[in-house]
Design a binder for this molecule. Structure first.
Ligand code: CP
Length: 446
């Protein structure tokens, strides 16, 4: 709905907006009980289709500390979702007078995007499958801003399950936008997904470099590290040798648990999962690093470093309240920012209803197709590449048709430049093209 500001992705906020939100959060944090006039009369609704401790309770605490009220469906199995009510209908009802803002957690990637299409009040994505968790990222960035005084140029290690962790994906996009460097230390088999790396490269100009992680000590012993930097390769040449870029000193280590609830094969392959304990923190490169974790943790951070002054994960969770006060206040229009710099509106194109080229089986476009208008975002015109507007996965297709001429082309064909983007039809193969009435633009030679 036009005019309503949603927070579906971390891309929905500009860098100046984020910096001002950090300043507001610091003001709220300085005296958490002094702001209960700001949100008086306003109500937030928590719709949690997945379990949560921190995100739901910190949002509700934030709303109460602003002087507003909360209504909550902490377990959607006790709601009418269990009777088959769709997400689209649920947000239309809840946003239609019950609440002024909806905080939504859902197991399908893209659920918050779908909810935003149907909601007349702001929708805040509190985690959608393995896709994004933008308010956790704002919390994490706020922590870096408080602890380090800046985000620009920091070296941040991302460790653990980089494939299925939504907090990692939103955090990586935001760090890249701020000009921080990422050192990826995945658990073996849990590297960043291709679609995330592609986006980091194509949209944020981030360059992956092989990295010599020997100075990370124990932390990287069972994994290869990859350094992702928004700097140009020639700016790094002084620091590289035959073994790759040398990681000398890092500013933060961000650890994540294995996201087993989203692993297609359960808990298999976790024997060599990265671990952080007293021994790993002894590495010279981690001397001044803060240790972060979105929590909940399992065994990947041992209790013996909880009292180490570098371990900030419990402070990090506590700071979730003031930053969420700032987010709620801003989206509700009661916290005013000085900047009017908004991020560019995402430009989405619809896919004709006959095809759905999203390859991701847990995308909302697949799990709740009834209310979805399949949409894509163009990331490259030549060769043609596009991503699902809901879950961000790269669309898989062999041919691209034009819905007016009913001709189809290969994604590398220069003739595609003449086809309007809103006329694209993504076709899996020649059989699908023929079934939908499309003919090749160039007849195959006989
Ligand atoms: N960090 C986080 O999202 O925690 P919860 O799952 O407890 O909300």
């Amino acid at each position: 709905m036009s005019g309503v500001r949603h927070l579906v992705s971390i891309d929905d906020l500009s860098l100046p907006e984020m910096r001002e939100l950090f300043a507001f959060a610091a003001k709220f944090q300085a005296d958490m009980r002094a702001h209960s006039h700001i949100g008086r009369g306003l109500i937030s609704a928590s719709l949690f289709y997945e379990a949560s401790t921190r995100t739901r309770l910190s949002f509700e605490s934030a709303m109460l500390r602003l002087g507003g009220g909360t209504i909550t469906a902490a377990d959607m199995r006790t709601s009418s979702a269990s009777k088959g009510e769709s997400l689209a209908d649920t947000v239309r009802v809840v946003g239609g007078g019950y609440a002024d803002v909806i905080v939504l957690r859902h197991p399908s990637e893209g659920a918050a995007r779908l909810a935003a299409q149907y909601s007349s009040v702001p929708v805040i994505n509190a985690g959608d499958g393995s896709h994004e968790h933008p308010t956790q990222t704002l919390c994490d960035l706020y922590n870096l801003w408080v602890e380090r005084g800046r985000i620009e140029g920091l070296d941040v290690v991302l460790a653990g399950d980089l494939r299925y962790s939504r907090t990692i994906h939103s955090f990586a996009y935001a760090l890249a936008r701020f000009g921080a460097n990422l050192v990826c230390v995945p658990a073996p088999g849990y590297e960043l997904p291709d679609y995330v790396v592609l986006r980091l490269r194509e949209e944020f100009g981030v360059e992956p470099q092989r990295a010599d992680a020997s100075r990370l000590g124990d932390l990287a012993s069972s994994s290869d590290a990859v350094y992702l930097t928004p700097q140009k390769p020639h700016q790094l040449s002084l620091f590289t040798d035959a073994r790759g870029l040398s990681i000398e000193r890092v500013d933060a280590v961000y650890m994540t648990r294995p996201q087993t609830e989203r692993h297609p094969d359960g808990a298999r392959g976790l024997e060599n999962y990265v671990q952080l304990g007293k021994r790993s923190l002894a590495a010279e490169s981690l001397r001044d690093a803060v240790v972060m974790h979105p929590l909940p943790r399992r065994d990947e951070i041992s209790d013996d470093i909880d009292s180490d002054p570098r371990s900030i994960y419990f402070k990090q969770a506590a700071r979730g309240v003031p930053i969420r006060m700032a987010i709620l206040g801003y989206l509700l229009g009661v916290v005013k920012l000085a900047t009017d710099q908004r991020p560019p509106e995402p430009h989405f194109y619809n896919v004709p209803s006959t095809t759905n080229p999203c390859p991701n089986p847990t995308c909302i476009a697949r799990t709740e197709p009834r209310h979805v208008t399949a949409m894509f975002k163009l990331t490259s015109r030549f060769p043609l590449r596009a991503h699902c507007a809901y879950c961000s996965h790269e669309l898989k297709f062999h041919f691209v048709g034009c819905s007016t001429t009913l001709h189809y082309h290969s994604p590398e064909s220069p003739d595609l430049r003449k086809v309007r983007s809103d006329h694209f039809v993504f076709l899996r193969d020649a059989d699908e093209a023929a079934r939908l009435g499309y003919a090749p633009a160039v007849k195959p030679k006989t």
